[in-house]
Each structure stands twice: as C-alpha cells, then as structure tokens.
Write a protein that binds this ligand. Sequence first.
Ligand code: 5GP
Ligand code: MN
Length: 354
Amino acid sequence: MITPIIDDRTIKKLQAIINGVQTIAITCHKSPDGDALGSSLALCHVLRRLGKDAVVVTPDMAPRALEFIPGIRDLIVFTKHEARARKALNDAQVIFCLDFNSLHRIDRLGEIIIPLNTRRVLIDHHLDPEDAFDVMVSFPEASSTCELVFRVLMQMGLLRLMDRHAASCLYVGLLTDTGGFAYSCDNPEFFEILASIMRRRIDRVNLYNKALNTFSADSLRLQGYAISEKMQLFPEQGASLITLDKAELERFNYNRGDTETLVNKPLAIPGIYWSVFLREDADRIKVSCRSQGDFSVSDICARYFNGGGHENAAGGEFFGTIDEAVELFHQVLADLFPTVNPHEQSTNKDNEEK
Ligand code: 5GP
Ligand code: MN
C-alpha cells in the first residue's frame, strides 16, 4: 500500500485552489534535469486533462539529451521566449514550483514571481525550503519530485488522469534522481509507485536508454578524457576532484548535459566516498558534488559554494577562476580533514607513475 503521507489539510487546500482556477503555470529550477522536467510536464499534462490551461515555464533550456521527454516541445523557456514566459506567469492564477526550495534557484523567474500576488504551491524534495509558498508539499526524504507529484495526484484522486504520457514523464524523474534506482529509493513504496507507473504501459527500456545510456561520441570522449587525465584522488580524505576548463570543453564540442553523470564515476572506486566536479561555464564555475553514506555534500555546497541540494547530491557555483575554485576545494579538504598533511594527499596518474 502507498501511504498517504501528505496531510489532509494540504490536500484539501490544493484541491480548493485547483478547482477555483483556470490558468496555471508550473516552473522548475534552472538547468532543469530529468526530475524537474519530468515532474513539471507530468503535472501539466494531468492538469490539462482536467480541463485547465496549464503551461510549464523554465528559467532556461532543457539539455538536448532530455528532448525525448513527452511534451517537452511545449516548454516556455524564459531565456528564449521572455515575453511569453512573463505573460504566462502574469496570467497564472496559481504557480506551481517544482523541484527547488528557494526562489533564487529559478534566476530571473524568481524576480518576476516574487512581486506577483499569485498563490504559490511548492512540491519539492530539497532540504530546508524557504518560507515563500502558500501550500508546501516538502519531503526531503522522497526520492524525487516525480514521486511527490505521483503522491499528490494519488491523494487528490487524480491518478485516473495519469495516462501513458504522464507516467513516462514521472518515470524519467524516478529513474534519473535515483541514478537508475540505485540510491535515494530505500522506501519500498518507491517500487509500488514505479509499479503503478509501469501499469500505464510506458516504453520502459526505451526511456531507460534515452535517459541514462545515451551520450554523443564527443560526450563519451570528454568523459573518458576527464577520468583518464583530470581525475585527482585524495584517498586519505575519500575524495575525488575533476576539473574541466573552457578550452577542454571546447576541444570536445561540449553541449549542455554532456557531463551530467561524470561526477558519479569516481564513487565507483573503493574508498572514494565523495566526489567534486568543477566545470568552467561562461560566467561562473559550476560545482557538482556527490557522496555515499552519511557524508553530506549539501553542507559543503551551502558553506563554500553558494549552493545546496541533497545529502548525497548537491551543487553550487563559484565566481572566480577555476584555479581559485580548486584552491577553495583544498580549503574544504583542510577544514574537514585537518590532520591530513596536504603535501601527501593527492594521487593521480602522474603521481602513480613517479
Ligand atoms: P547537479 O550537480 O546535478 O547540478 O545538482 C545536484 C543537486 O544539487 C540537485 O538536486 C540540485 O537541485 C542541487 N543544486 C545544483 N546546483 C545548485 C545550486 O547552485 N544551488 C543549490 N541550492 N542547489 C543546487
Ligand atoms: Mn529532484
């Protein structure tokens, strides 16, 4: 049985809001991933089947690798269609905020939404949501926002509207936010939800391959290069660091999404339980962290890298050069492991050859 974990009052409030409105905007975090897009598009599809005028507005473009998600062509992307995005948010009678915990995570969309008098509904699984929402469905222990959208639909009696299209969207988020059902899915109910989704006859193998096992040749080569040439290991601290600068990214014709799962790879090495990836983007250094067990990378990202996320998967940003970001990483090592001699800590290919 799938427990109704969302309290009745919240569900009743949600029902009243949805019954009382016609136009609905749904938004998710910038650099949207499979969970952000899957949950937003699934909810949008179900609301449309309910007869609502629902749209999904994203702060920026979806990665090309996720273009297979059903409904993705209907997105209103702020950085591409600013006027349409503004209008959709202004016209909305309620705004659903999916897969983020703070209005700062949606860039300029946040600046548009904050002054509006429109009710906001949060559905999210990140830690410490800010107090900026009229209705909050916040469960950091949930696998994904897609799981929470399923639970909201279930408790509102709307699962009958979850067809193959919506189920496929939800499947993508359940799959990608758990690394292919590997982590963040210890609750057996996760698999009951999955079973319900699979009963909608989704094309499971095809979705799996597209979501988790499709890379361009350039992307594969870039990942190979990063692991072979750029991965530094810090065995004493159980850490790994990979950096890629602009020139390296250009050399492999980098496209958004090409390094999506790279940060996970060093965790395959026994003894490495946290991994940091620094990527030099146009205007900042993008930081991605992953960990295993109870070593929290969300704390590190919040404290050092203007970010946050989940205990085992977090991210942030650094404004400065990539060398300065690496220096800050060494500061993190020194702060967290003060007893390790910094001159004896790193092993990489070069060191091993010596
Ligand atoms: P990724 O490393 O895949 O970009 O992000 C991993 C997790 O960290 C995601 O759950 C994402 O929401 C969170 N995250 C990534 N970047 C940021 C950031 O700049 N700020 C905050 N607060 N969270 C982030
Ligand atoms: Mn998520």
